[in-house]
Write a protein that binds this ligand. Structure first.
Ligand code: X2X
Length: 333
């Protein structure tokens, strides 16, 4: 055997070896942008367990919290998944709006009044429509989970009326919320979630808004905030998505296993998020927070005050899409 043949034999043996290792156990990277105590993380962990069970241990995900894989930029994850630079993502709709502004439809202020209305959209035609839209960005949205109704917290005063928001420095996650906060006379500042706790602690901002069960409690926001108002001003779904390139590389049987694991994991994530939100006000009071539960009249005042932001973003998202959501929401009312 001359040297060249030996080398070729070695190379092909190495290649075979690599292929067989790859095929027998694949670990994919899953990125999300909250801490490792949140219901997002627990949903991702459940997905990993279910995927392992369904594939006899052949497929698994390694979970990277706090948007580590996108350099700390929570808004970049979905775009990276679309390019195939990340395999899976668990993120919320508002994080995807720089890539796909239509994703803001879910979070229009006061679009939804309750969970039943939410479920009619995420479990119905509007949810499927949004999956199609995300496919244009090469992100396969497998299943919807829940971040939840976003509630305002702050260190300064109880928030009861829109006037109480005047001049409050509020950290927000995305561009639509800047307009909503401006409509309320607050002073919004867009900031990464991972930098928010310190910013609240140091008084760089006075307040923030996030869902109770998914984020506020597990990320111990009550340690740096005194007041919470259940103003339910905006709903934010999460989803588990996979890169289209990766999805297309699987046969139908594998796709079905991944899909099933995603469905179950997000159903679980939604369930724990809702139950922990339901128990959440007591937990927060126990940690010394002053909780104000908005009355229907108070909610109406916030709805009226945020109408300009709704109108601006409804136009941006497209009246047709907003109409589809509103029809589904109103369908069995
Ligand atoms: O950044 C936030 O506020 C969070 C964690 O809720 C989102 O990802 C939108």
């Amino acid at each position: 055997m001359n040297f060249r043949i030996k080398l070729a034999a070695l190379a092909s043996a190495a290649a075979m070896c690599a292929v067989s290792t790859y095929a027998s156990a694949e670990t994919f990277r899953l990125s999300h942008n909250t801490g490792d105590t949140t219901t997002w993380h627990r949903g991702a962990e459940r997905f990993n367990e279910l995927l392992g069970e369904a594939t006899g241990g052949e497929m698994s995900v390694r979970i990277f919290p706090n948007a580590q894989l996108s350099g700390g930029d929570q808004m970049r994850q979905a775009e990276m998944v679309g390019r195939g630079a990340l395999d899976f993502v668990v993120t919320s709709a508002i994080n995807v709006t720089p890539l796909e502004p239509q994703m803001a439809v879910f979070s229009l202020p006061y679009l939804y009044a309750n969970y039943e209305e939410v479920d009619r959209t995420t479990d119905g035609a509007p949810g499927d429509r949004m999956k199609e839209i995300m496919l244009n960005h090469n992100v396969v949205v497998l299943a919807w989970g829940e971040n939840g109704f976003r509630e305002i917290t702050n260190s300064q005063r109880p928030i009861v009326t829109p006037q109480d928001m005047q001049g409050l420095k509020v950290r927000v996650a995305g561009p639509m919320y800047i307009d909503v906060m401006n409509a309320l006379g607050a002073n919004p500042q867009q900031m990464q979630w991972t930098e928010t706790f310190t910013a609240l602690q140091q008084g760089v901002v006075d307040g923030q808004e996030n869902p109770i069960g998914a984020v506020i409690i597990p990320q111990r926001v009550y340690e740096v905030q005194n007041h919470l108002t259940t103003w339910h001003y905006s709903y934010d779904p999460i989803f588990i998505g996979v890169s289209k390139r990766l999805w297309d590389s699987w046969d139908a049987e594998t796709q079905a296993k991944v899909q099933e694991a995603a469905n179950e994991a997000m159903a679980y994530q939604k369930e724990i998020t809702r139950s922990e939100t339901a128990e959440g006000l007591e937990v927060l009071r126990g940690h010394g927070m002053e909780v104000h539960e908005s009355t229907p009249e108070e909610l109406q005042a916030f709805r009226d005050a945020t109408q300009p932001a709704f109108d601006k973003w409804a136009a941006q998202v497209g009246e047709d899409l907003v109409g589809e959501f509103q029809n589904a929401i109103g369908a069995s009312n």
